[in-house]
Design a protein around this ligand. Structure first.
Ligand code: NAP
Length: 496
């Protein structure tokens, strides 16, 4: 559709001032794409003192990606020399640093600057941005790239404030504390725990894992790339493209396994059971470790060293719920006291409270939490009606269980770039997604969701307290790409 704006004298396109919030993969990708488009009128506001988002924060031992490396990089900035099939955190963080250097992004970044509030001013059509440093910014357009997994979640356990030993969250690992020879209690057994437990099990005296639910664990087809492979990738970059496509198609096919009751989901479960049989000889422990929900309802974990680690003689999996924490132990409801020199909380993130604790106020002084009182949602995961020129990366319903988030981010970045181009028109002040478009989109999305395993009866970080799946995309990523390939101005109202 073309814009119907009254004709007048030709005016120069205006400069759109953009504020990007966060320097994780989303924020960096957005900034790099703006630079590629020749747009320099932006700032990036980052609460920490370094770039990287989740890949800066999650530096626990063994931290790495469970999406293949060549698909965990931007298509416009491929890395030809990934060292292994599934990269570890330092290499991914290094990729982010390279991206920052190549696109000269540092001068655009305001470090140690947490955004506390974004308030839209109808009179000027600008977003007023307040930060923790007291510095204020104004922008025509805001791109929030805060992600879904940036705020560690801690359980509320009686007596935890009395604990005298060391305690920290896996996403804020304390490398100064030496775990050697210590009694270590790990609360949680999700994607993070499964990576660091095998790294620490041999050095600690006793490792006690508190499991609330079992997880489906399947093998990880990981290995280093050979020198020949790396040389070939460097010499013939099209091979990287081809490799990337093969990975993408393979993962995309995996979506079939996330359909409730599908043949492929049974295959996943079969693979999970086979792993258990391979590594866990004790039938009682095997039963303890067998999930009671369909594979994929919670994130399927991939690892080759989790079961070998938790079956070590110095490792115990405890399923009795935690009753309280004392000065030096974790006590479970069955009355057993588990000695603890250190407690590691691997209890995930505040995933469903999008944008929190930032305050976002749109048209007519409306708070975004009011728009989201029944659970967060957005038009195509990026825009919310009543919040003009405010876009999100990795927003509601854009997380995946089967493919690379980088692919989703690229769809979103290109979509937002179209909004930026549209807003260059000096007669346009803002774009606001129509409530009806947002509603229709989410109606279809939630309908699709009903046939997926995410809607099945397990608790997960994909759902809010009311059971609404607010985090995951409900279909193939190809469907998302198709819907995001152009910004349909029919879906937006615009004010000039
Ligand atoms: P998570 O998957 O949400 O796991 C949290 C764990 O803590 C679960 O086992 C949960 O049990 C348990 N837990 C939470 N509250 C508890 C309580 N009050 N008492 C006892 N146990 C409690 O968190 P995560 O392991 O940090 O991973 C989060 C996400 O980060 C992943 O799903 C993934 O998307 C991402 N991640 C990705 C990678 C990667 O390789 N790309 C690596 C790490 C993390 P329940 O299951 O019963 O709730």
């Amino acid at each position: 559709m073309t814009l119907a704006i009254s004709r007048g004298p030709i005016v120069e396109p205006r400069t759109v001032q953009i504020a990007i919030l966060g320097t994780g993969m989303g924020g960096l990708g957005m900034a790099a794409k703006l630079r590629r488009a020749g747009i320099d009128s932006f700032v990036i506001l980052e609460k920490a003192s370094d770039i990287g988002g989740t890949w800066r924060d999650n530096h626990y031992p063994g931290s790495g990606c469970d999406v293949p490396s060549h698909l965990y990089s931007f298509s416009f900035e491929p890395k030809l020399d990934w060292s292994r099939k599934f990269a570890k955190q330092p290499e991914i963080h290094d990729y982010q640093q390279q991206l920052t250097r190549k696109y000269g992004l540092r001068p655009f970044i305001h470090f140690n600057t947490e955004v506390t509030e974004c308030r839209f001013d109808e009179a000027t059509g600008l977003w007023n941005i307040t930060t923790s440093t007291g510095e204020k910014f104004t922008a025509n357009l805001v791109v929030s790239a805060l992600g879904q997994l940036n705020r560690p979640a801690f359980p509320k356990i009686e007596g935890m404030e009395n604990f005298k030993g060391a305690s920290f969250h896996s996403a804020r690992w304390n490398h100064d504390y030496d775990l050697t020879g210590k009694n270590v209690c790990v609360i949680g057994n999700g994607a993070s725990a499964i990576q660091f437990v095998p790294e620490i099990v041999d050095k600690v005296k006793k490792l006690t894992i508190f499991q609330r639910s079992a997880n489906w664990v399947v093998p990880k087809a990981d290995r280093p790339y050979t020198d020949t492979e790396k040389r070939m990738f460097k010499r013939f970059p099209f091979l990287v493209k081809l490799h990337r496509w093969m990975i993408y198609l393979g993962l995309e096919r995996n979506f079939l396994a996330f359909k409730q009751g599908s043949f492929f989901s049974k295959l996943f479960e079969k693979a999970g059971r086979k792993e258990l049989e391979k590594y866990v000889a004790d039938p009682k422990l095997r039963e303890t470790l067998t999930p009671d929900y369909p594979a994929g309802c919670k994130r399927v974990l991939i690892s080759n060293d989790w079961y070998p680690a938790i079956t070590r003689p110095n490792c115990e999996t405890v399923t009795s719920p935690i009753a309280r924490i004392t000065e030096d132990a974790v006590v479970t409801r069955d009355g057993v006291s588990h000695p603890a020199d250190a407690i590691i909380f691997s209890t995930g993130f505040e995933s469903t409270h999008f944008l929190a604790p930032m305050k976002v106020t749109g048209l007519n002084g409306r708070d975004i939490n009011d728009a989201w009182r029944d659970g967060a949602e957005a038009h195509r995961g990026v825009a919310v009606s009543g919040f003009p020129n405010f876009f999100m990366l990795y927003g509601p319903n854009t997380n995946l269980g089967h493919n690379s988030i980088i692919f989703m981010l690229e769809c979103q970045i290109d979509y937002i770039l179209q909004a930026v181009e549209t807003l260059k028109n000096p007669k346009l002040r803002w774009l606001d997604v129509r409530a009806i478009a947002e509603k229709e989109f989410n109606k279809e999305l939630q309908k699709d969701m009903q046939s997926t395993v995410w809607a099945a009866g397990c608790s997960s970080w994909y759902k809010n307290e009311a059971g609404k799946v607010t985090n995951n995309w409900s279909s193939y990523t190809a469907k998302y790409w198709w819907q995001m390939r152009y910004l349909d101005l029919d879906e937006y109202s615009f004010v000039g």
